[in-house]
Write a new protein. Structure first.
Length: 153
């Protein structure tokens, strides 16, 4: 059996990105793109995190994030704030404009989930999510020695 998991995951990611952008366009959502939406999603879950924390939660490189955050700051979506306990550190805060975009993002994400899991049973969705989580944990363990002691179920 030829294993093509990595290739399939790459194809899925690219197709999801294209469809997500198409749905944003169809809904006339132009305040953020799909990549920026992933950053906003993390910040909607927890604000006032550092770029390093944002990189860990999104899986993006800090160098990639810096440019994205610069563009999002210029677009009025995020602000950089000095950390109150350590002025050398910067934390990210959402603007009111970004907060108002959350329903748009959630609607697009819901539509994506419907497309992604079309024809799947609830049990199949749960199994797929569990397997994807295991794959992610395997990759994190391989990439970062700090995850070496984590075990998958």
């Amino acid at each position: 059996m030829e294993m093509q998991g990595g290739n399939r995951i790459s194809q899925i990611k690219h197709a999801c990105d294209r469809i997500f952008e198409r749905i944003l366009s169809a809904r006339n959502v132009d305040a953020f793109n799909g990549a920026q939406g992933r950053l906003l999603y993390v910040l909607w879950q927890e604000e006032y995190i550092s770029l390093r924390e944002l990189a860990q939660r999104t899986g993006l490189a800090a160098t990639t994030l810096t440019g994205m955050v610069d563009r999002m700051e210029a677009a009025g979506l995020v602000r950089r704030l000095a950390d109150r306990s350590d002025r050398r550190r910067t934390r990210l805060s959402l603007t009111e404009k970004a907060r108002t975009l959350r329903p748009d993002y959630e609607a697009v994400s819901g539509e994506m989930a419907d497309i992604f899991y079309a024809g799947f049973t609830g049990e199949e969705i749960a199994q797929c999510e569990a397997m994807l989580e295991r794959i992610l944990c395997n990759l994190k363990r391989h990439e970062n020695p700090q995850y070496a002691d984590e075990r998958t179920e």
